[in-house]
Design a protein around this ligand. Sequence first.
Ligand SMILES: NC(=O)c1ccc[n+]([C@@H]2O[C@H](COP(=O)([O-])OP(=O)(O)OC[C@H]3O[C@@H](n4cnc5c(N)ncnc54)[C@H](OP(=O)(O)O)[C@@H]3O)[C@@H](O)[C@H]2O)c1
Length: 237
Amino acid sequence: MRIFEPAGAADLAEAYAYPGDGPWLRANMVASADGAATHSGLTEGLGGPADRRLLSVLRALSDVVVVGAGTVRAETYGPVRPRDWWGDLREGRTPAPPLAVISRSLDFDLDSPMFTEALTPTIVITCPSAPVERLRACEKRAEVITLDGDQVDAGAALDALAGRGLVRQLTEGGPHLLAQIAAAGRLDELCLTMSPRLTAGNAARVVNGPALEPPTSLRLGHVLEEDDFVFLRYVRR
Ligand SMILES: NC(=O)c1ccc[n+]([C@@H]2O[C@H](COP(=O)([O-])OP(=O)(O)OC[C@H]3O[C@@H](n4cnc5c(N)ncnc54)[C@H](OP(=O)(O)O)[C@@H]3O)[C@@H](O)[C@H]2O)c1
């Protein structure tokens, strides 16, 4: 199967259909051939057109895109923007899924497009130790969910989204957030793009946290290939 289908995104959408109607958390990450999650602090040097196309389809299939504030800041995140080639992938749903950003500091530019241009209001998930003034300001621009605890419990955050009907969940990381999701046993699926680039250096891997004991076992769902990129779809056993 080709990632680029002139006819549209239907084949890809079928290959990446969410299983069932219940909550499901899929992660989509890119790594260099030698395992780096970034080059010069960003993913830009690792990705390519097919990778971006797949990410866009995965967004279209999701009810919500969950992301850590570190990634939002590093990658200057904007809202999810619908594409005309999505066809009917969003039929019966909002034109684009909302972003759900996890943060304690709430250190965001609230005048950025992520808040001002979102077709579906951005959701901020935080905890009671968030700075009160920023929390109040955030509430004017976003739907804010405050969960108990010193920091946001990753599993509770996913549950809160599912409780709002946002069950087809896609996380785009970053590696710190993904480590917490994996540690909570909530990573149902890992879509991993292997980029045909060697970077060396000391960049983090796509999951960056304490060792998982025991390691999470994955089953290979499928492998796609395009332009020397390999697209792996793993599902938790
Ligand atoms: N290879 C890939 O596919 C990929 C994907 C995404 C990102 N990246 C790269 O990864 C880097 C950023 O990733 P990262 O791992 O450093 O950051 P991250 O996981 O995106 O974000 C970390 C931040 O998220 C917030 N956060 C995370 N867990 C939290 C919790 N339990 N409670 C409250 N807030 C929490 C905190 O924000 P506050 O500081 O605001 O409290 C924390 O500083 C960037 O260089 C980006 O380019 C790579």
